[in-house]
Design a protein around this ligand. Sequence first.
Ligand code: NAP
Length: 487
Amino acid sequence: MTASNLPVDPFDLVIFGGTGDLAMRKLLPALLHRFHAGQVPPSSRIIGVAREPLGDEGYRNHLREVLGQHGDSTVLEAFLQQVSYRPLDARKDEGWDEFAALIKQQAGHVRVFYLSTSPQLFVDICTRLGAHALNLGEARVVLEKPIGRDLASARGINDAVGRFFSESQTYRIDHYLGKETVQNLLVLRFGNALFEPLWNSAHIEHVQITVAETVGVGHRAGYYDHAGAMRDMLQNHILQLLCMVAMEPPASLAPDAVRDEKLKVLNALKPIDESNASELTVRGQYRAGVAEGASVPGYPDELGNTRSQTETFVALKAEIGNWRWAGVPFYLRTGKRLPERVSEIAVTFKPVPHSIFASNAGKLLQNRLVLRLQPDEGVKLWLTIKDPGPGGLRLRHVPLDMSFAEEFGVQQPDAYERLLLDVVRGNPTLFMRRDEVEAAWRWADPILEAWDASGEPPRPYFAGSWGPSAAVALIERDGRTWHEDHA
Ligand code: NAP
């Protein structure tokens, strides 16, 4: 079975921050792969923008080094012919007239402005795009996270961008939504008669969402210390995953049909604030330990500030106050310097009401649907079967592997590949609408405020462990354990 590619209209894609880490590690490799798949039409242009005074050839040389590992050199050279570079400072007018003239050369192209820069530059860039009428017609703007650091600042960014780009032109990216497994979650839930009747508090006991990283903060310490795990991961990626698990069936996959349902989930999240944050949340900060087989320093040493109270780990118990999910805990956790790099959603079904099996037949474990987003995307449904062979009847818990991509040899595109082309095609289904981002902050802000008000520092945990012991206690108090069979 081969994957088929949908045709794409010619486009111009401008990457502001075109020399940055995200552009080099994710965006340009994604575009190269789509070029290889024939989805970057010949007249399309990819234009990197940053302040560094590079010419087209200087930028291409840089890309030759970075992209050399991503495919054969003939393809890379053909791709680079469609790539150019413009040195521009988002904060200065100089050079913008020439840039606008360049863009306007291709009047019929879809124009995508990808803001892969610090959010502090979003307003400057949008203002200058507006001043040169580059926001008109088939123009779209892509905003990278973080969209603010609380509700007020998110509103500020959304208002400022909104002065030049309408909501339908604005694509707030959350690359977790572009992952194959997240698409598969939609298809499993709404393409099968099997799951949906069970997808509620009558049959699901609890849900866990884990986004674990082995890396520390590294060179992003400056950014991270102003954000922390709650703002960097939980408020956006993890809540988006929670929405995909918990939303009601949308009437269609039309962008607003899906986003309306996600918004309802965010609005139904039960508040966590000063009254219950100490009971329902745990925050931690890593100390020196062993990660990825080597001794690593703790966060304060990496940052060079022993007084930082920024959390590098969060675990919390959320609940959705609606008929479908009443009483079903959603345990969410994320952290840096954990023992494994894994992003997973584990949906645990209730136990069978009565066991007919002898006590020596083995433990009757609960069914669990595990959707793994990284490192290898895949879906497993854990079932109980009879241990095959002669002898007494013994129970065995086995995973039914539902990751067909590997079996059929279909290469899974990176999330950014899918999402970049969705922007070009004008399909915002997998992007966050303004009200979603703001609803997520509305829920997260009181937690952050409660932590601030408590004055308690984050709990220390050893690098290479699964976070503070209080995170284990959080779930064990309910008679459960964190899902840790990531095989
Ligand atoms: P980065 O490596 O620091 O790159 C920033 C880019 O912006 C550089 O190309 C820089 O080039 C350019 N820039 C800075 N000031 C500028 C100005 N005044 N005018 C024009 N260009 C300017 O940052 P990054 O890691 O790529 O992240 C970019 C955005 O994506 C951030 O909002 C980040 O939070 C978000 N993000 C990043 C990642 C990631 O994995 N890196 C993941 C998710 C989200 P010059 O200095 O030469 O101008």
